[in-house]
Design a protein around this ligand. Sequence first.
Ligand code: SD4
Length: 340
Amino acid sequence: MLNRRHFIKLSAVGAASVKVYGLSGCTSATATTNRLPIVISTWDFGIEANKEAWKTLSKGGRALDAVEAGVRIPEADMENHTVGRAGYPDRDGHVTLDACIMDEKGNCGAVAAMEYIAHPISVARMVMEKSPHVLLVGEGATQFAIEQGLKKEKLLTPESEKAWKKWLVKKQYKPVINIENDRKPGNKFNHDTIGMLAIDKHGNISGACTTSGMAFKMHGRVGDSPIIGAGLYIDNAVGGATSTGVGEEVIRNVGSFLVVELMRQGLSPEAACKEAVQRIINKKPETAKEIQVGFLAINKKGEYGAYAIQEGFSYAVCDTEKQDRLIDGKFFYESTEDKE
Ligand code: SD4
């Protein structure tokens, strides 16, 4: 499975076409919506998460409440081994979770490498609203969550434990490209992240990002997802961005902040995401061929777009027109795995 992508090649035009599912009249990844609210999120599990966020947004609620409620759906999903309570453990068998949240006023909160608490996004929000800090990690994050009244529970599910024990046989420590997007039945070896961006009817933007990180990572490893500016960034005057994929490369390039700054300079969300991905490729061209990183962004006008290193990154869009749209993001490297 680790070699399931046999070849990658740079697409001649830099990107393949974008497929849009389920909506006539919406054929561009940089689509504009004149009707707020809107919520977008990474990967196909974003569809269900968006629907939950929509319950808040469609009633005129705040984007911050919507993104927290939305990403709690994959966090609670016992079939989801990449986010929240059923996440795969690290190589020592600990389930450690990362999350961050940011609102329209520039307030933000995060937790990293937190054990025993099923909804890290809600703890991140508590850090933002009920502590003077931005980021709590490890035991301190767990202690804070318990003090706030959250339940301490064992998160390692029997299925996750089985997968971990299987991994221990070879102990191969290598991120797998796009395994996130593998929809083959029975394949649960995922390591993706939900990043969600919403604009409410008042035009205010908020975002949330939550993950169990890379499956079987080193104990204590933290990726981009809980790092404000890397896994998520919001500037209410400009827009928001979030990321998925190998967090180390996103942190090195302060990816989500970069995307927002590029939109501030006038780039469309898609063009800003593309430039941020290009930076990662330029800095480490050989590494980039072997990994996936995807960015998703929205600007103040409600235009959205995405770009990834590799083919296979999808994102979900929900607005007044349609609540369950899944869009294939553009990319630099084309997969030939199903084309041989
Ligand atoms: C991390 N960015 O921990 C996350 C994992 C992820 O697709 O998004 N995988 O590095």
